[in-house]
Write a protein that binds this ligand. Structure first.
Ligand SMILES: Nc1ncnc2c1ncn2[C@@H]1O[C@H](COP(=O)(O)OP(=O)(O)OP(=O)(O)O)[C@@H](O)[C@H]1O
Length: 219
């Protein structure tokens, strides 16, 4: 999928001719996607089109049947359903994920908790948190190591309006710092926030630039 300008920086994520079937259900049928640093991409499509399948394939956690996915740099992936340990606290999650990522401290984690506005739950056991707060932790863990490419599967399900707006401030900051963000969204009203809409139909992606891409290019 061309990104337009010839002097654009090299892509951080490229998928070429990706195919994936579940049994006889051929979900991805030659999906192509090119994502550049600082680019904000929406993956849209009807229910069951294969958006989550595509994201899992891009994240490298779902083997594809055919095609290639190439990633440059580090990856953060936020699945639709939070994968958290209900018996651990928020603080323990930060601690273990930071250790797994070999981060020197929890500074970024605490900053994200503050930005997403759930500091008061630091010592709460995750199994007792609301769905929205678990989703905030899910996002925090995906962002903890400041990845070059961030893949978010409907990241704001259950978020209150204030947090939703803070989420977009966070994404603006990531984009300004050259991070690429790919988000599955169903929200038509927010589509101009993106540089590119990648519409998944019939197992293939069709790119559509947005009013937002013109705006950001002018900025
Ligand atoms: N593990 C699986 N095993 C078998 N079929 C699956 C599996 N995961 C997804 N599917 C099927 O693949 C198709 C695409 O599913 P997927 O979840 O990727 O779609 P989606 O576009 O993300 O949907 P939604 O908008 O509802 O979240 C659906 O028909 C789904 O039932």
């Amino acid at each position: 999928m061309p990104t337009g300008s010839t002097d654009a920086p090299p892509p951080v994520l490229q998928a070429h001719d990706v195919h994936k079937s579940y049994g006889r259900r051929h979900v991805l049928r030659g999906a192509d996607l090119t994502v550049s640093p600082g680019q904000l991409v929406a993956v849209v499509g009807e229910n069951g089109a294969g958006k989550s399948t595509l994201l899992r394939a891009l994240a490298g956690i779902l083997p594809v049947d055919r095609g290639e996915v190439a990633l440059t740099g580090t990856l953060g992936y936020c699945p639709q359903d939070p994968v958290l340990n209900g018996s651990l606290t928020v603080e323990q999650h930060l601690h273990y994920f930071a250790a797994a990522r070999r981060l020197p401290d929890l500074r970024r984690g605490h900053e994200l908790v503050r930005i997403l506005g759930y500091e008061k739950y630091g010592h709460a056991v995750v199994g007792e948190l609301s769905g929205g707060t678990r989703q905030k932790l899910n996002l925090t863990l995906a962002l903890l190591h400041d990845p070059d490419v961030l893949l978010l599967d409907e990241p704001y399900q259950g978020l209150d309006w204030e947090t939703y707006l803070r989420f977009w401030d966070l994404v603006d900051d990531l984009r300004t710092r050259g991070r690429a963000v790919v988000i599955i969204t169903h929200l038509v009203f927010e589509q101009d926030r993106f540089d590119l809409l990648a519409c998944l139909t019939g197992g293939r992606l069709t790119p559509r630039t947005t009013a937002g891409s013109v705006h950001h290019a002018d900025a």
